[in-house]
Structure formats: structure tokens, C-alpha cells
Design a binder for this molecule. Structure first.
Ligand code: NAD
Length: 384
């Protein structure tokens, strides 16, 4: 299961801990002379950080999950401002926009020159401009991943810009930044974070480093997910989830993901489903389908052992079975109020098309077992 031959890359510097977002101005001081700072729509939340920046800075706000067009507009703003460093204070949407812009500043051109699947897929060969990422959700782990996800409404799909050169220079992970997340954001981003620990843990590209990170991330999800949702002010739970997100991000950047993200990327490009909610609705059906396929095939052993270990970590019970782990995931989704995909307008009639597109996604290549079109369609019908 675990590959003995592997490569591993992560952010140049990770600064983690409650209150440490206050170090952003000092971190930025050494990285450039003019900054473009990306934030979400609630700019006022970050007034004190923005006011303390030690270099000329302009702000670009990102409303919603980024499209190719948003990345283009961000790059144009960065060039107009003559920015040589970028910062992102926000969720995965804000961080991905900043990472895409940092890459375009370093490499030139348009997002479509480099996008996987729907673009020319040109190799990114030059370093991105320095990027400092301060996540406010927990999360996507985008502060330490090598990709930026952009939606293309025209193609009805989300696709990634990807290169180790896109990993942010500095990740500043402060759980206090996530305390203001309302319960639906905590639920969606938290279940995404959990999935991003589980998928690399069972991935065909798992390696000894990502294994350790994913295990700790799953432990943190078990400790923090339900508690952070029940009481957003529980800083210990928020810290567990910030770690779960960070560890999952490092793991996925180095071991790939699986069918949950393969399907979620297509759904997010087709309908207005927040990414984390798509992952949350798909998680249990995908685990169930993977386990079934692994049990009926010749090479299921190691991946099934991984699912059993994940079940023990999530439930905290040394004798837990895969079925117990699945029950924990289903119960957590119910407690966190995860809606079915139909709530967002995804219809059973879309399932065949989504399954066909997802089969070609890069995430699908990490799945521990190859799922047929009919198996992917059945997963979708359950999640819808
Ligand atoms: N690059 C990667 O490795 C990677 C991995 C997973 C997902 N993604 C992408 O990240 C995006 C999703 O990111 P996300 O789940 O972090 O959600 P998000 O960034 O879209 O934010 C969700 C909502 O929460 C709000 N929000 C964020 N922080 C808040 C806070 N502290 N308090 C109150 N509200 C807050 C935002 O304004 C937004 O309305 C998707 O586009 C997805 O494709 C990227």
C-alpha cells in the first residue's frame, strides 16, 4: 500500500498556533516590496492585520469559489499594483485565488495555458511569487497544497493549476481565525479536512511520511469535528481542526486524493454546491463503494487494513471495524446537518454525466480501487 519510493514537498515555513496570525506583517516584511492581499467579502474582519502591513498593499476580494475569470482579474490587479508578493487571508477560495495569481506572476500567461484537464496543461517551470497563506476555515489545507482549484462554468467542471512551485512560501495557521465560522461552514470545511486525511491514507500513492500525517489528522478530526460544530468558541476543538486541515493538506499534496474529490470537482463545476458539502455528502457512499469493490477484488487487503485503522482512529475504539467507522461518519454527517446533493439542484439525471467526467479527474487516480462507471453513478445517486 505504502510506496517506498516517493517525493515529498511542503511549504517553506509553517507557523502554527493560537494568536500567531498577528505575525503576518513581520512575515511579509522580508518577502517583497509591494503586496496584493486576497480576502473574502468580510474585509472588516481583518482590518487590524491589514492596517499593520509594513509595505504598500492593495486588497482584492474574492466572493465565492474562484473561477478562471476571477484568477484572471486577480492577476490583472496584481500587475496593475506591481505586486511582487501576495497574501491570502481567507478560506480555500481566497487562498486558491492568491496561489493562482502568484503562479501567473512568476510564469506569465493565462490560467488556461496551465490548467489540467480543460486547459493546455503547460508545465509550470518558474517559481511563483512568494505567497503567504492564512486560512480562516479548517479546511482545505490549501495553505500547504501544490494546486489551486478554479471552476470553469463553460466546461461545467473544476480543474487545478498544479506544481510543487505553487506551494505557498509561508503557511500561517491560527485556529483563532476560524472561530467566526458559522456551523454550516465548520461542517462543510471540517468534513473536507477529514476526507483529505482519509483519502491520502488509503491512496495508491500513500508514502511513509503522508501516512504519519494522515493518522494524526484523523485523530484530530475525531477529537475536534463534532465539538467545533457544537460550540464554535471551543478553541481546543478549533485547534484540532486547524491541525486536521493542515495535516490533510500536506498529505494530499504528496499522496493524492480519491473518488470523493474526483466526483466533488465535477459537481462543484456543475452546480452551486460548496466544495466541503459535496465532499461531505459523498464521503460515506464512496467509502462503502470502495470497501465493497476492494473486498470483491484480488488486492483489497492493504487498503482494507487502512480503512479498519481509520475506523479505530475515528471512533477511538481499539476493536472498531470498518462498519463501525462508516457508522461514525454517517452519524457525524447527520449531527452536522449535511444535506443531500439534491438540495443544491443536483438531479439523478445528472449522475451519468458527472460519473463520466469524474473518471477522467486527477484525484480519481489516487483511489485505492478502480470504480466502474456504474459504481460511480450508484455513489452519486445515493448522495443525491
Ligand atoms: N487547493 C487545494 O488544495 C484545495 C483543497 C480543497 C478545496 N479547495 C477549494 O477551496 C474552496 C473551498 O474552500 P473552503 O471550504 O475553505 O470555503 P470558502 O473559502 O469558499 O469559504 C466558505 C464560506 O465561508 C466564509 N468564511 C471563510 N472563513 C470564515 C470565517 N473565519 N468566519 C466566517 N465566515 C468565513 C467565506 O466567506 C465563504 O462564504 C473550493 O473552491 C475548493 O475547490 C482547494
Amino acid at each position: 500500500m505504502t510506496s517506498a519510493s516517493f517525493e515529498f514537498a511542503t511549504a517553506g515555513r509553517i507557523i502554527a498556533g493560537a494568536g500567531r496570525a498577528a505575525e503576518l506583517p513581520a512575515v511579509m516584511a522580508g518577502l517583497g516590496s509591494r503586496a496584493l492581499v486576497f480576502t473574502g467579502a468580510s474585509l472588516a474582519r481583518h482590518d487590524s492585520l491589514l492596517g499593520a502591513l509594513p509595505l504598500p498593499a492593495a486588497v482584492f476580494t474574492v466572493a465565492g469559489e474562484p473561477t478562471i475569470e476571477v484568477a484572471r482579474a486577480g492577476a490583472a490587479a496584481a500587475r496593475e499594483h506591481r505586486a511582487d508578493v501576495v497574501a491570502a487571508i481567507g478560506g480555500g477560495s481566497v487562498i486558491d485565488t492568491a496561489k493562482a495569481v502568484a503562479m501567473l506572476l512568476g510564469n506569465g500567461g493565462d490560467p488556461l495555458d496551465y490548467l489540467e484537464v480543460i486547459g493546455s496543461g503547460r508545465e509550470i517551470t518558474r517559481p511563483a511569487a512568494p505567497c503567504v497563506a492564512v486560512p480562516t476555515t479548517a479546511g482545505t489545507g490549501a495553505e500547504v497544497t501544490a494546486n489551486a482549484v478554479l471552476a470553469s462554468p463553460e466546461h461545467g467542471i473544476k480543474a487545478s493549476l498544479r506544481s510543487p512551485l505553487m506551494i505557498p512560501r509561508v503557511a500561517l495557521v491560527d485556529p483563532e481565525m476560524t472561530v467566526s465560522c458559522p456551523p454550516p461552514v465548520t461542517a462543510a470545511s471540517g468534513l473536507d479536512a477529514l476526507t483529505q486525511c482519509l483519502e491520502p491514507f488509503v491512496s495508491v500513492r500513500a508514502n511513509p511520511v503522508t501516512d504519519g500525517l494522515a493518522r494524526e489528522g484523523l485523530r484530530r478530526a475525531a477529537a475536534g469535528l463534532r465539538a467545533a460544530h457544537a460550540d464554535g468558541g471551543d478553541l481546543a476543538a478549533r485547534a484540532d481542526m486547524a491541525m486536521c486541515s493542515l495535516l490533510g493538506g500536506i498529505a494530499l499534496a504528496n499522496a493524492k486524493l480519491g473518488a470523493v474529490h474526483g466526483l466533488a470537482g465535477v459537481i462543484g463545476g456543475t452546480a452551486h454546491v460548496p466544495h466541503g458539502m459535496a465532499c461531505a455528502a459523498l464521503l460515506a457512499p464512496v467509502v462503502e463503494a470502495n470497501v465493497r469493490a476492494l473486498r470483491s477484488g484480488p488486492q483489497g487487503g492493504p487498503a482494507l487494513d487502512r480503512y479498519a485503522e481509520a475506523a479505530r482512529l475515528l471512533t477511538g475504539k481499539p476493536a472498531a471495524s470498518i462498519a463501525d467507522g462508516l457508522a461514525w461518519i454517517r452519524e457525524t454527517s447527520t449531527l452536522l446537518g449535511v444535506p443531500r446533493l439534491a438540495t443544491f439542484g443536483v438531479q439523478p439525471g445528472h449522475a451519468g454525466d458527472i460519473a463520466a467526467k469524474a473518471a477522467r479527474s486527477s484525484s480519481m487516480r489516487g483511489n485505492p480501487v478502480s470504480l466502474s462507471h456504474d459504481e460511480l453513478r450508484a455513489i452519486l445517486l445515493e448522495a443525491i
